[in-house]
Design a protein. Structure first.
Length: 142
């Protein structure tokens, strides 16, 4: 039961990560999902770089690079949480592991609330709640 809760929570993060990765791939050729609503701003992003490095790719490609790295980070988090829960459940009793797993999920909730939109906020909240519930149930049932 506790493993199922944690794996289900991780699966929510995994689905969000896959969707984010898919939308980013689509935006490479046909900017739609992460492109600015104002088309003229996309053209400006494609014609300028970031100030820190003049040899950097244009701002649009830099932002897509961020989206790719964000997607892989979410996918990595989901895979590690699910893997530990399924194959090494005793590790969940370690307070450091438990804090990191719940803390990373909580960080995604905060970022979604302040910087993103409702779908990642709800998904991160549900995923983190399931992961936390599973860890707490595992910890207190041992």
């Amino acid at each position: 039961m506790t493993t199922n809760l944690i794996v289900t929570g991780a699966a929510i993060f995994f689905v969000l990560g896959v969707l984010h990765l898919l939308y980013t791939f689509i935006d490479l050729k046909h900017p739609k999902y992460f492109a600015p609503a104002d088309p003229s701003l996309l053209a400006q992003m494609q014609s300028t770089t970031i100030r820190m490095r003049k040899d950097a790719k244009n701002l649009w490609l830099s932002s897509l690079g961020f989206h790719f790295s964000h997607s892989t980070g979410v996918l990595f988090y989901a895979c590690v949480v699910a893997y530990v829960a399924a194959y090494y459940p005793a590790m969940l009793a370690d307070p450091v592991i438990a804090t990191v797993f719940i803390g990373v999920g909580a960080a995604y909730i905060v970022m979604a609330h302040f910087f993103w939109f409702i779908i990642p906020f709800v998904g991160a909240s549900a995923g983190t709640a399931l992961i936390a519930a599973g860890i707490l149930m595992k910890t207190f049932s041992s």
